[in-house]
Design a protein around this ligand. Structure first.
Ligand code: ADP
Length: 273
């Protein structure tokens, strides 16, 4: 993998001096155009990591670097140009009365010239396949469509990294599928790194790498397949492997594949999404 766009170096974080450490000695790196999924049980520190990534919180020990720039009080505005966030509740993220105004809002705020603004507006709505919804009211859209608009709003600002913090948690299965598909397309087309934070392991199958958090520490960092091979250990830390991986293992074990073709796990994953 190429250039590192984000680095956590020996990061320690707690919410107060007399409170326990929520993150302990957390280190990892994210490369340009890489998709990293952060998983872990509730309370393992995932959201805290997301907030540290764009300067909503600062570590007490260690460093966070975005493109070599240390995240601190002085650099947060530069950092936030480079790190976009999409949150859990689609209804809390809208500022515009139409999809177009909403996506344009972040651009107007940054004083982008009008022609460039229109170009970015069109291309980011096209990237999430919402170009036909420009004049609609965001509140009338489905949950999946709302999150696609939120992703377009972030994309329009051309960040280096987009963080989706439980961005599918409030969506139904079809909404989730929409977002995963969108994330996949965005990753293929735009030169952007993605960090998806979730407690749902079904969503991480397409990521390049998975960071598993447990009790504030990085428990394992590897491609999805290597993570899912550790089914028993994952269970011990309160995580279950994706349905499709279970199915694949089960069918292979029972020898029920009729034409003696080994079951192709990757093809199954593609089918699933
Ligand atoms: P996750 O996203 O994995 O569920 P969080 O990062 O939200 O985990 O939380 C990690 C730990 O930090 C939990 O024990 C949680 O109770 C604690 N915590 C989160 N936010 C606060 C806060 N504002 N004040 C005090 N403790 C907090």
């Amino acid at each position: 993998m190429g250039k590192k766009v984000m680095k956590f170096q020996d990061v320690w974080f707690r919410y107060g001096e007399d409170l326990p450490w929520v993150l302990q000695d957390v280190s990892f790196e994210i490369s340009a155009s890489e998709w990293v999924a952060v998983i872990g049980h509730n309370g393992s520190g995932k959201s805290t990591i997301a907030k540290l990534m764009n300067g909503l919180l600062f570590p007490q020990k260690g460093k966070i670097l975005i493109n070599g720039l240390e995240v601190n009080e002085e650099t947060i505005w530069d950092v936030r140009k480079q790190v976009g966030m999409v949150f859990q509740n689609p209804d809390n993220q809208f500022v515009g009365t139409t999809v177009r105004d909403d996506v344009a809002f972040g651009l107007e705020n940054r004083g982008i010239p009008r022609e460039e603004m229109i170009r970015r507006l069109k291309s980011s709505l096209a990237a999430v396949r919402m170009e036909d919804f420009e004049l609609q009211e965001p509140h009338r859209l489905s949950g999946g469509q709302k999150q696609r608009v939120a992703i377009a709003g972030v994309l329009a600002v051309s960040p280096q990294v987009i963080i989706l913090d439980e961005a599918t948690a409030m969506l139904d299965p079809s909404g989730r599928k929409e977002i995963i598909e969108t994330v996949k397309t965005v990753k293929e087309q735009d030169d952007v790194s993605l960090v998806t934070i979730t407690h749902d392991l079904n969503e991480v199958t397409l990521a390049d790498r998975v960071l598993v958090m447990n009790e504030g520490k990085v428990w394992m960092e590897a491609p999805p397949r290597s993570i899912f091979a550790k089914r028993d250990e994952l269970k011990e830390i309160g995580l279950d492997i994706p349905f499709v991986t279970k199915l694949s293992a089960e069918l292979t074990d029972r020898d029920v594949i009729l034409d003696s073709e080994p079951l192709n796990h990757d093809e199954l994953l593609e089918e699933l999404w």
